[in-house]
Design a protein around this ligand. Structure first.
Ligand code: ADP
Ligand code: MG
Length: 268
């Protein structure tokens, strides 16, 4: 089996219940799912259908009541909570709708935070954080406080933080839910770039326009997968309609364009 064919995630009959007695309710009601290495999955569905519950399960932040979860062929049920935390901190990057930055820490300290759990020395942590911020064109904001940033910048800092450990699996719960359309597309371009570099991405979104970045779209309803549609082959990501058509450009115009893109990112 090649790397691209490998299942990163396999769920079999996953059930998660909330409430007791008459109020008992299956937030997940028998979810079967296989995710291959390098897929970019967009999960859609009405509020309350179980999308966040599913991501929490995948992140091993919560455990299922029934069913099996294999992550990289390991049965999650059999792992201790310490082993789960270890795997999560090494392999999984999580991005939330409300950014979850720590207000009293600078941008660079926020991004360096996950490395403290890995016993990396402070200077090395800051170097790695600085490197991660550089790839998001946020170098000039390293010593800003979170409240000094726009929503789009905060989310890019949060993504940089999720990536500082170089995880292979990225889970994002409505990452653009609090952003305007332009900042949303900047974030989606970043995720798309990570996908092209071979990461596996599972993203919940309410916005059907953003599914064009994904290689596969899943629709949930009442705790079940109602629709599962492959859009395109992995890592051949279609550009969204707003992007200019790809044409042969002279070196000079390419340069201009990438500079323009950088500016757009800075302002987002
Ligand atoms: P979505 O993210 O699709 O909006 P959720 O996964 O958050 O949906 O929720 C699915 C269902 O589970 C909802 O009915 C919600 O009320 C319920 N639920 C989620 N988390 C809890 C919880 N901690 N305690 C009780 N019920 C919950
Ligand atoms: Mg949710």
């Amino acid at each position: 089996m090649t790397r691209a064919n490998k299942n990163v995630i396999q769920l079999k009959g996953l059930v998660k219940r909330y409430g007791l007695g008459a109020s008992e309710h299956n937030a997940l009601d028998g979810v079967d799912l296989e995710v291959r290495n390098g897929e970019f999955i967009a999960i859609m569905g009405p509020s309350g259908c179980g999308k966040t519950t599913l991501l929490n399960m995948l992140a091993m932040l919560d455990v299922a009541d029934e069913g099996d979860y294999y992550l990289d062929d390991q049965e999650v049920e059999r792992l201790s909570s310490a082993q789960r935390a270890h795997i999560r901190s090494r392999q999984i990057g999580i991005v939330f709708q409300n950014f979850n930055l720590i207000e009293r820490l600078t941008v660079i300290e926020n991004v360096a935070l996950p490395l403290t759990y890995h016993h990396v020395a402070r200077l090395k942590r800051l170097e790695a954080a600085s490197e991660a911020l550089k790839s998001f064109q946020l170098s000039e904001r390293e010593y800003y406080m979170p409240w000094q940033l726009s929503g789009g910048q905060m989310q890019r800092v949060a993504i940089a933080r999720a990536l500082v450990n170089k995880p292979s699996l990225i889970l994002a719960d409505e990452p653009t839910g609090n952003l305007d359309s332009r900042s949303s597309h900047v974030i989606m371009e970043e995720l798309s770039e990570l996908h092209k570099r071979g990461n596996t991405i599972i993203m919940v979104t309410h916005n059907p326009n953003l599914t064009s970045y994904a290689s596969r779209v899943i629709e949930m309803l009442d705790g079940k997968i109602a629709l599962d549609k492959k859009l395109q082959s992995d890592r051949v990501v279609k550009k969204p309609k707003t992007e200019p058509r790809k044409a042969r450009r002279s070196k000079a115009s390419t340069k201009k364009r990438s500079r323009g893109k950088k500016k757009e990112k800075d302002n987002a």
